[in-house]
Structure formats: structure tokens, C-alpha cells
Design a protein around this ligand. Structure first.
Ligand code: SAH
Length: 345
């Protein structure tokens, strides 16, 4: 089995190349090529042919192929359905915000978290993505669109905390000065509330933004819509969030998809206020995206809920929905492709 070279750090590459009798700078040179999106060793024009051949015998360079691409006519959002080397498909979304172009990347093929409102989890988890595959989503989205990417959100298909080793290595790669060099402050990681992962990230004290998919402040409701709550319940989750804030001093962003008659009552807003006391949280209210397979419907109380939070001192914004005309959310394009064209998953 050849080694997946795009998942390697410059230090690992250098060490590995030294074993082949190559000088130290060669590792850095190859790393830079890989992060510019080459698909074969032959594209590395300043590496001698015999070495390129030797490398091709030891390592493999995977790449993504655009199986589908959809461009929103209204807001410039571009959604990619990428095919991986093994035929599996994942989604990446490019959003054009005032503060810069942002890519939303997937961390797994499918998801095993089972949230009731989410299309990504309907077929379960197929496999984890490698660090290189997460990186490739950023690289190839940038190359294909011709738009420079300045921000990354790990909010696509998959649960990042369920693949945390690979996610952390991806962060190291994408942050590296010889590669894309995207700063931690420009990266957000979203979790459905896997507490050991939140703790581990807190210990590392990175400068990224942690987003927690809250969706209900009370355990009863939360367990109904998010099975993860049965393992790590809301009380423990709030405690872990307070602890995270104390360790890192960083404000957590709470995602809250507003579902009609499920999590949009006044008492639930009041409970959020109570649970966030002592911590500068930010609540991001998301109008629920209607998923065809789900009986859950969008709430009509988004503004009232927002005002109730704000009046009690909790910052709450309503997420602007982008790409509504192109199924740009939460595994919807992959689902559709699976159904209509039998795309491999
Ligand atoms: N697994 C991670 C990241 C991926 S989901 C997590 O759960 O945070 C990114 C965000 O989209 C999460 O907050 C998720 O709960 C939310 N989401 C999923 N389906 C949705 C839907 N139909 N409408 C609105 N938000 C949704």
C-alpha cells in the first residue's frame, strides 16, 4: 500500500526523503507542490525525473474530481460534489462573504450521529476522511473557482470530533506557512457535542472558533432530535463549554436550527440565557432547512426567539441562508445524487 503523501507534514516528508538520500529542502519543495494542487509527481517540474519516478513508487497523490458543481445565481455560492479516489462522494460549499471567501468542508463520508433534521446522516457513516482529503477540498475549490479562500468552516458532512486525529492534522497542514497558511483565527470547527473532543481541543488552546450545535437547551428535547445527547447530555455539555471558555478565553458559537414546535418556545430561550450565564456565548439561529425525508418543519418564531435572547443579554444572530436555490446545505446534494444517479457512497 502506497503512502498518502498529501496527509504528510513537511517534517515527515523530510525525514522520509532523507531515507532515500535526499537533502532536507526537498521535503519542503514537495510539500509546497502538493499544497498547490498537483495531481502527479510529473507536475513537479523542479524535481529530477528519476526521483519523481522513485517517489511515485512509494507514495500516492490522491485528488478530487468534480462529479457535480452547482452555482447559485443569486449570491455566488458554489457547491461541489467531489468524487474521492475510491468512488465515494463528499460535498464542499464555497460562500462569498464580505469578510472573505469561506469554504465549508466535510470531515467524513456520511455521519453516524443521527441528528433527526440532518440529511448527512441518513445513510450512516461510510468512512473518515484523511487529512489530505480535507485539505484537497480547500485546494481544489480554490483552483476550480479561481477564488482565493481565506476562511474555513468544518461544518460540512461528518462530525469532526468523531475523526479528531485526522482533523487536527488537517489543521496543522492548512495552517502551515509553506502551504495555504490559513490562520487558526479564520477557521471554525463545529461539533454536535462530543464532550471528550471539546475537552481535548480546550487543552490544546488553539485560536480557532468552536461552534457547538446546541439545537435545544433541555435534555429531553435534545435527546429527541440529537441521539448524541443520550451519551453526552445538555447539562454536561454546558459544563464542558464553560470549562472550554475558562481554558481558552474564547467565545463559543452555538448553532440553533429553529424547528417548529420543538425548540422554539420562550422557556427554551430563557433556559439558554440561564445556561450561558458567566460565558460570552453567541447564538446563531438557523432557519431549519427543510429536508424532504424529515417531518420536522421550520419555525415561524425565529425573530421572537432572537429578541427574547437579546433582551436578556445573549447575542443572537439569524444566519443568512446562502445557496437556497442549489441544495447547498447539510448533505442535500449528496443525497440527491445518490438517489437520482446512484452515486457511490
Ligand atoms: N457534525 C457537526 C458539523 C456538521 S453540521 C455538527 O453537528 O455541528 C453543520 C451544522 O448544520 C450543524 O449545526 C447542524 O446541526 C446543522 N444542520 C444540519 N441539518 C440542518 C438543517 N436541516 N437545517 C439547519 N441546520 C442543519
Amino acid at each position: 500500500m502506497k503512502r498518502d503523501i498529501r496527509s504528510m507534514t513537511p517534517e515527515e516528508l523530510t525525514a522520509s526523503l532523507r531515507e532515500l538520500g535526499e537533502p532536507a529542502f526537498r521535503g519542503k519543495q514537495i510539500f509546497a507542490w502538493l499544497h498547490r494542487g498537483v495531481r502527479s509527481f510529473d507536475e513537479m517540474s523542479d524535481i529530477a525525473k528519476p526521483l519523481r519516478e522513485k517517489l511515485a513508487g512509494i507514495y500516492r497523490i490522491d485528488g478530487l474530481r468534480a462529479a457535480r458543481k452547482q452555482c447559485s445565481r443569486t449570491d455566488g455560492t458554489v457547491k461541489y460534489l467531489w468524487e474521492l479516489h475510491d468512488g465515494n462522494c463528499i460535498e464542499t460549499v464555497l460562500m462569498r462573504y464580505h469578510h472573505g471567501n469561506t469554504v465549508c468542508i466535510s470531515s467524513q463520508v456520511g455521519c453516524r450521529m443521527g441528528c433527526a433534521f440532518c440529511a448527512s446522516t441518513l445513510g450512516g457513516k461510510i468512512r473518515d476522511l484523511t487529512p489530505g482529503e480535507m485539505l484537497e477540498q480547500v485546494i481544489f475549490t480554490q483552483l476550480d473557482s479561481g477564488l482565493p479562500v481565506s476562511n474555513i468552516v468544518l461544518m460540512g458532512i461528518g462530525e469532526p470530533m468523531d475523526n479528531l486525529d485526522n482533523v487536527l492534522r488537517f489543521l496543522e497542514l492548512v495552517n502551515h506557512p509553506l502551504g495555504l497558511h490559513i490562520g487558526m483565527r479564520h477557521i471554525s470547527l463545529s461539533t454536535c457535542g462530543v464532550i471528550p473532543g471539546i475537552r481535548r481541543l480546550g487543552e490544546m488552546d488553539l485560536q480557532l472558533t468552536l461552534s457547538v450545535s446546541l439545537h435545544a437547551p433541555d435534555s429531553e428535547t435534545r435527546s429527541r432530535i440529537m441521539p448524541v445527547n443520550r451519551a453526552y447530555d445538555a447539562e454536561e455539555l454546558f459544563a464542558a463549554c464553560h470549562e472550554y471558555f475558562q481554558k481558552t478565553g474564547r467565545r463559543i458559537s452555538f448553532e440553533y436550527a429553529m424547528i417548529d414546535g420543538v425548540n422554539d418556545a420562550d422557556w427554551q430561550a430563557d433556559l439558554i440565557v440561564k445556561k450561558l450565564r458567566g460565558m460570552p456565548g453567541h447564538v446563531n439561529l438557523i432557519p431549519l432547512n427543510d429536508v424532504a425525508e424529515s417531518p420536522l418543519k421550520p419555525s415561524r418564531r425565529v425573530r421572537a426567539f432572537q429578541q427574547r435572547l437579546e433582551r436578556q443579554g445573549v447575542t443572537a444572530t439569524v444566519r443568512r441562508s446562502l445557496g437556497g436555490d442549489i441544495d447547498a446545505s447539510c448533505g442535500q446534494l449528496r443525497r440527491k445524487a445518490m438517489e437520482s444517479e446512484g452515486v457511490n457512497v
